[in-house]
Structures are given as structure tokens and as C-alpha cells.
Design a protein around this ligand. Structure first.
Ligand SMILES: Nc1ncnc2c1ncn2[C@@H]1O[C@H](COP(=O)(O)OP(=O)(O)OP(=O)(O)O)[C@@H](O)[C@H]1O
Ligand SMILES: O=c1ccn([C@@H]2O[C@H](COP(=O)(O)O)[C@@H](O)[C@H]2O)c(=O)[nH]1
Length: 313
């Protein structure tokens, strides 16, 4: 069953063996590198992860062969305590290899929708209402990225070079209103879906561009049943964001301009794509919160309320 998988593991283990033997079997060399051992560990882990993540893995799930990308990340530690442990000492190369379990093959066949609209159009305001009334699990891509920044930052001094690079990159993309690389966002969404017991998801603020859409469909292998599009004019979006007052680094006039540009140039074409597939449910979002929700309700009317599922907001 795991033939190809075993070969890949052996390949990785042999890289590990070569590396450790080159520094541990020579006392002179070891004394030279030992002060930098932690740094070397991190560089080595980063190198291994890079190799692991750049590969496509094959495994069997319920008798079906599947090709899976990002196997490590899909099964990498995700809770705060697991991450803390990983950052302190256990995130060694062999730990990375131990992460290679076939969980990434687990099938998710959720009943799911996407919510799209410009920054400030009211997605984050309406989604919790949808959760409350219709029982979907709300996954907000922007919140998942922010949570990633915060959970990594909590590890303070134990922050590895790899994680430092990772969170700085996400932070910079956010500050600049740019779209974070798909593999990061898709990975976070995929993990959140796999960790959830729910099979009914509402994904908020994603995909932001065509590449996001293609990556999600290729990796997660599901398509939205419909896309809720909150249509709102630019001046209203700007006004709402400037009034939001939640301390976000990107809620300032300069970044808003950049976010709107990205929205018109990259996100609207994805909405047009879904529209061409007959999947877009457009809602006039320039009305009161309650009026907008009345329209949302009529779109979701065919779904019965389900208790006991949550929101990321
Ligand atoms: N229908 C509405 N009328 C007036 N203000 C609204 C309405 N809906 C939301 N708002 C307000 O506009 C601001 C932006 O709303 P919200 O955070 O829900 O937007 P969003 O689409 O999730 O934005 P982003 O994509 O930037 O996260 C908030 O301060 C919210 O209270
Ligand atoms: O799929 C996504 C979602 C978000 N981002 C980045 O985060 C900020 C804020 O997102 P909001 O949905 O407005 O909270 C956005 O400007 C992007 O920089 C992303 O890259 N991809």
C-alpha cells in the first residue's frame, strides 16, 4: 500500500543521515558548529520541509490511489500546544518525517458555499448570522491568516527562522493589501476543514484571485455550491472600512486603496468566473444589515437550521 511512500521516506531519512553524520562523526567539526546547532537545526528543518512540500505524494485512501500535495503541512501540528512543542525542540527533521501520515487523504465532501465581496462589504457581519440561522461552519480566510500570525508570534524567543520568515511574509502581504500566496491560505483552510466535524462550510473572503481558486480546487478538490456576492459601491466600502475602528493594520486610507485595486483587478474576475457557471447569488449590500440579511436568508432558505456548529469570528 505504501510502496511509493516508503521510498520517499527512505530518501528523506538518508538525507538526514548524511547531514547528521557529517557533523557528529568529526569532533573537530562538531566543536566548531555546536554553538550554532540550533540555527543549523532550523535551517535543516526548513530545507527538509521545503523538499517535502515541493513534492507530490501518492497514497491510498479506501482503496483509491490519490495524489496529495503538502502532505506534511496538512498533518502538521496545528493546536497552540502542539505548535509550542514544535517550536521549542521537537520540530526536528525526524519529527517532520513522523508527520507523514495519510490524514491528508481523508475525504471531505462538505456542503459548502463561498461569500465574496469587496473589503468592507459586510461579509464578516453577515456570516455569523448565517451560522446562527443555518448552521454552517464559518471559515474566514483573513481571520485564519491573522490567527496564524498570532499563534506563531506567541512563541516569542523560541520562534524559528522558518516561522519568523513565514509570519513576517503574511504580515507584509496584509499591510500591503496583497494576496498571500495560495499555498498558505489553502493549507490553512484545508486544515480547518479537516479538523472540523462539520461538513457544511461557509468560506468567507476567499478565493481572492484566479490562482487561489485553482489551488483550492486542485488541492481540496471541492467546488462551492454557490457564491454569495455582496455588491457594494467603492465609496461605501471605503467609508465603512475607515469607520470600522478595530485596530487592523490594513484599515487606513493608503492600504484601502491598494486592497480595492486588488479587489477590482483580481477578485472580481473570479466572481465573474463563478457567474459564468451560474453560481453567483448577488446581493445589494448597500442597505442596512437587517435588510441585507433578509436577502441572504432567502438565498439560504432551502437549508434547514442545524445546531452546534461555530464561526471563526
Ligand atoms: N449593511 C451595513 N451597513 C452599514 N455598515 C455595515 C453594514 N455591514 C457591515 N457594516 C460595517 O462595515 C464595516 C465592515 O464590515 P465587515 O467587517 O463585515 O466587512 P468585511 O466584508 O468582512 O470586510 P473585510 O473583507 O475587510 O474583512 C464594519 O464596521 C461593519 O460594522
Ligand atoms: O484569502 C485571503 C484572505 C485574506 N488575505 C489577506 O488578508 C487581508 C485581510 O483580509 P480580509 O478578508 O479583508 O479580512 C487581505 O487584504 C489580504 O492581504 C489574503 O491574502 N487571502
Amino acid at each position: 500500500m505504501w510502496d511509493q511512500f516508503d521510498i520517499q521516506i527512505r530518501e528523506i531519512c538518508s538525507i538526514e543521515y548524511l547531514f547528521t553524520s557529517s557533523i557528529s562523526f568529526s569532533p573537530i567539526r562538531w566543536s566548531l558548529v555546536s554553538p550554532y546547532r540550533k540555527l543549523i537545526d532550523h535551517m535543516y528543518t526548513w530545507m527538509l520541509l521545503h523538499i517535502l512540500e515541493s513534492r507530490t505524494w501518492t497514497c491510498k485512501n479506501n482503496g483509491r490511489t490519490q495524489t496529495v500535495q503538502h502532505l506534511v503541512s496538512a498533518d502538521a501540528p496545528t493546536t497552540r500546544s502542539e505548535k509550542a512543542k514544535r517550536n521549542k525542540s521537537t520540530f526536528t527533521p525526524s519529527y517532520a518525517a513522523n508527520c507523514l501520515f495519510p490524514k491528508a487523504c481523508a475525504q471531505i465532501s462538505p456542503n459548502f458555499k463561498k461569500v465574496s465581496g469587496g473589503p468592507g462589504s459586510g461579509k464578516g457581519t453577515q456570516c455569523p448570522k448565517i451560522v446562527e440561522h443555518f448552521g454552517f461552519t464559518h471559515l474566514c480566510a483573513g481571520d485564519l491568516l491573522q490567527a496564524e500570525i498570532e499563534s506563531e508570534s506567541e512563541n516569542g524567543l523560541a520562534l524559528s527562522i522558518f516561522n519568523f520568515y513565514h509570519i513576517t511574509m503574511i504580515q507584509n502581504f496584509k499591510k500591503e493589501g496583497k494576496i498571500v500566496p495560495s499555498e498558505i491560505t489553502v493549507k490553512l483552510l484545508q486544515q480547518a476543514m479537516q479538523q472540523s466535524d462539520s461538513k457544511r462550510f461557509i468560506i468567507d473572503g476567499f478565493p481572492r484571485n484566479e490562482e487561489n481558486r485553482a489551488a483550492f480546487e486542485n488541492i481540496v478538490k471541492i467546488k462551492p455550491e454557490f457564491v454569495l456576492f455582496f455588491d457594494c459601491p467603492e465609496e461605501e466600502l471605503t467609508k465603512r472600512i475607515l469607520n470600522r475602528n478595530q485596530g487592523r493594520v490594513d484599515d487606513n486610507i493608503e492600504t484601502i486603496g491598494k486592497r480595492l485595486k486588488v479587489y477590482f483587478e483580481s477578485t472580481l474576475p473570479v466572481i465573474n468566473y463563478y457567474n459564468s457557471k451560474g453560481k453567483v447569488q448577488k446581493i445589494d449590500a448597500q442597505r442596512s444589515v437587517d435588510e441585507v440579511f433578509e436577502d441572504v436568508k432567502s438565498v439560504f432558505a432551502k437549508f434547514k437550521p442545524v445546531a452546534g456548529v461555530g464561526s471563526t469570528k
